[in-house]
Design a protein around this ligand. Structure first.
Ligand SMILES: *[C@@H]1O[C@H](CO)[C@@H](O)[C@H](O)[C@H]1NC(C)=O
Ligand SMILES: *[C@@H]1O[C@H](CO)[C@@H](O)[C@H](O)[C@H]1NC(C)=O
Length: 233
């Protein structure tokens, strides 16, 4: 992805409400950017239909959020926050379906050990509400993984191997597009510095300091001797 190469540092978090990757046409979403300092100089960006553009072009910026109240297929794309100084956030990949079935799966990466809910939703073309009250089938990387009468499936205690493309199917209205489920490792606990791995670095810098000191001292002495001989004529 091109823009990650211009991201000098990850210094923000972009989240989305409702928290999912797929949307029906004409739904609304709210992209919210959390930065550690002031939001000035930041904006929400996207790359949709091959065009990079800031929030002003496709939504309404409200403090640190960018809101679009009626999305279309052309709003499918990658969304992130970016600052004038070249910092950025995580990237969200959002898909707007033209069909009547969507898969509701987490927009942000889940962590190993989490329980992840996948929901299948159906919305009649001009209806205002969606429903999950049907026998839904779920697929992972094209393979059937289960059916549920209430349109949802819970992946318990996810593993790295649960990463992949998921989709769901209504018994007679069709299926959703596929969305990627990203799984990340548990964060490492903040243990005190490991004594067996820390010393080599300290030892190396200590040795360097001593070496430099010795070299400078030798140079100083040699210069002093040369100077004294020269001064005596
Ligand atoms: C939402 O995005 C669509 C397509 O980019 C645009 O036509 C519409 O004006 C946007 N809505 C708002 C509230 O900005
Ligand atoms: C975004 O998601 C769509 C649909 O799953 C996929 O086709 C596309 O490759 C993804 N883009 C990136 C950059 O991951």
């Amino acid at each position: 992805m091109e823009f990650t190469s211009i991201c000098l540092a990850v210094a923000a978090t972009l989240s989305i409400q409702p928290e999912r990757r797929q949307f029906f046409r004409y739904e609304a979403f709210n992209l919210s950017c959390t930065v550690s300092g002031s939001f000035s100089g930041w904006t929400v960006m996207r790359n949709a239909s091959e065009i990079f553009s800031p929030c002003e072009d496709w939504g309404r910026l409200n403090r640190t959020s960018c809101i679009n109240r009626s999305v279309y297929k052309s709003d499918s794309g990658l969304y992130w926050c970016q600052s004038e100084r070249g910092e950025c956030s995580n990237i969200l990949n959002i898909t707007i379906n033209t069909g009547v079935v969507i898969l509701e799966s987490p927009a942000l990466p889940v962590t190993v050990g989490d329980d992840v809910t996948l929901r299948c939703s159906y919305k009649e073309r001009y209806a205002s509400n969606s429903s999950s009250d049907f026998l839904a089938a779920f697929y992972s990387n094209g393979t059937f993984i289960g059916k549920d009468a209430a349109g949802k499936m819970i992946l318990k205690n996810v593993l790295m191997s649960n990463k992949g493309f998921y989709k769901c199917q209504h018994p007679d209205k069709g299926e959703s597009l596929e969305s990627w489920l990203e799984v990340k490792d548990k964060p490492q606990l903040n243990l005190p510095p490991n004594p067996s791995s820390a010393p080599p670095i300290t030892m190396t810098s200590l040795l360097c300091t001593i070496m430099l000191f010795i070299i400078y001292t030798i140079i100083f002495i040699v210069c002093a001797i040369i100077y004294r001989r020269w001064a005596r004529g």
